[in-house]
Design a protein around this ligand. Structure first.
Ligand code: BES
Ligand code: ZN
Ligand code: ZN
Length: 480
């Protein structure tokens, strides 16, 4: 989608459709809305399409409900643009403009409008062979007062949203098309295209490093595992900060020998959403160039039952030296992340943020609206939370009290990989903390937020691409 900024009265913009936000309780006089008074309420995401409005060059005006002005933030702007684009895309409108409301024309609103437009244009239809919805060709943000910071804002919005859509497409790939080697190939391609360093460790290299927790998960699959590293190292980066993004990359989670029920198992192709978010974030970071060094680590495996598969009761020694009793082979994410966290530490990361579709329990706790955020470090937690707020991706802080560790006691090893029935999202996080050790660490459980079961007016069904925007923001806003 071609993105541009125009500085002129919205009436004169040349487009097939002009999106105009209409607020609740604020009588709209522009663009014929007044004549529809009563019918156009301005309720959030209400869409009214008008044709041939007099005095307007665009062939159509889409009055887009913006809700109450006092509640209108960049998040509402993003959803509005997204829902409007989806509305127009269904009618094959190709050239679209959006008039920023003069009261909401700060750069963050321009950025959010662009993000919304690009995110709204995404449909997970790669494998449909029939008629597909045509992508929107161009999106123009129209403002009445020009300012250079707006140019930067729309560019930033484009880069971030394209990265998020990249992540969504990767997450949506079925497990027969995207194997661990496939994730590695995707990372290599991103590295080549945007100028990052990429390294991929194979099974033997991981064995030499002692990553038995990761390899134990991989051993039931015919697909070889891979540990992907993507590195962004700006010149003049402060030497005291090296952010590590660690993303769970299970390309399919059958549960292994502790096999999952068949109902809904097809969704477990999205168990690599954390890894795909890390790659997507690096794609944007390479272009937006934050001041600090950032490296992504993506442990990639397929969790399958098979003659060589790991069994419940197996005991493995992780790279850190700690031994783990594998009580449930379906709690595999924490096993591969344990070794990836140790590896990230060994590569000099000073701060770690992992992202994982880790537990069903976080979905019980927070539903599908907020990701769970756990952290061993108050400063890092605040940075992540503040980035998530600015990015409009909701999270909620979760506890990590020391004595939850008792839930992970094993009679035969240092740790059990499961903590029993209660507090499953917390015990999973406590398990990871054992491997982050004394490095400031945060963990984002996205099991409930990485996938949308039913489409929304502003979002297609399927992968959401969360939390790409937060990760990018975290790196950009870091003042070392
Ligand atoms: N990938 C799943 C978690 C998950 C569940 C993601 C639902 C998305 C939606 C993870 O590997 C898993 O199976 N976790 C188990 C842990 C349990 C065995 C302790 C779970 O949450 O049931
Ligand atoms: Zn599992
Ligand atoms: Zn899993």
């Amino acid at each position: 989608m071609k993105i541009s900024l125009e500085f002129q009265p919205a009436e004169r913009v040349d487009a097939e459709a002009l999106i105009v936000p209409v607020f609740e309780g604020r009588p709209e006089t522009r663009f014929g809305a007044a004549s529809l008074a009563g019918e156009v309420t301005g309720k959030a995401l209400e869409m009214t399409l008008l044709h041939h409005v007099s005095g307007v060059s665009a062939a159509r005006v889409l009055l887009a409900g913006a809700g109450k002005p006092e509640k209108f933030t960049a998040s509402e702007q993003r959803s509005l643009a997204s829902a409007a684009i989806r509305h127009l895309k269904a009618k094959s409108v190709a050239r679209v403009a959006l008039a920023l409301d003069p009261a909401f024309a700060a750069p963050e609103f321009a950025q959010a409008a662009v993000e919304g437009a690009i995110l709204g244009d995404f449909d997970p239809d790669t494998y449909k062979t029939g008629e597909k919805k045509k992508a929107v060709e161009s999106f123009t943000v129209v403002v009445t007062a020009h300012d250079e910071s707006l140019d930067r804002a729309i560019e930033r919005g484009r880069i971030v949203a394209e990265a998020q859509n990249y992540t969504r497409a990767l997450v949506n790939e079925p497990a027969n098309k995207l194997t661990p080697s496939g994730v590695a190939a995707a990372a290599r391609q991103v590295a080549a295209e945007y100028g990052l360093e990429c390294q991929v460790l194979d099974r033997e290299e991981m064995a030499a490093l002692g990553m038995r927790a990761l390899l134990g998960v991989a051993q039931g699959s015919a697909e070889p595992p891979a540990l992907v590293t993507l590195r962004y190292q700006p010149s003049g980066a402060p030497s005291g900060v090296h952010l590590g993004l660690v993303g769970k990359g299970v390309t399919f989670d059958s549960g292994g020998i502790s096999i999952k029920p068949g109902d809904g198992m097809e969704k477990m192709k999205y168990d690599m959403a954390g890894g795909a978010s890390a790659i997507g974030a690096m794609r944007a970071i390479a272009q937006l160039k934050p001041a600090i060094a950032v490296t992504a680590f993506i442990p990639c495996v397929e969790n399958m039952p098979g003659g060589r598969a790991q069994r419940p009761g197996d005991i493995v020694a992780a790279m850190s030296g700690k031994t783990i009793e594998v009580i449930n082979t379906d709690a595999e994410g924490r096993l591969i992340l344990a070794d990836a966290l140790s590896y990230a530490r060994s590569r000099g990361c000073t701060h770690l943020v992992d992202v994982a579709t880790l537990t069903g329990a976080i979905v019980i706790a927070l539903g599908h609206l907020r990701a769970g955020l756990f952290s061993s470090d108050d400063g890092l937690r605040d940075r992540v939370l503040s980035a998530s707020r600015s990015a409009g991706e909701r999270m909620w802080p979760m506890p990590l009290d020391e004595d939850y560790k008792d839930y992970l006691k094993s009679a035969f090893a240092d740790l059990s990989n499961v903590g029993g029935r209660w507090g499953g999202a917390v015990t999973a996080a406590i398990f990871l903390k054992e491997f982050a050790e004394d490095t400031p660490w945060a963990h984002i459980d996205i099991a409930g937020t990485a996938w949308l079961d039913d489409e929304k007016p502003h979002l297609a069904k399927g992968p959401t691409g969360l939390p790409v925007r937060t990760l990018v923001r975290l790196a950009l806003d870091w003042e070392a």
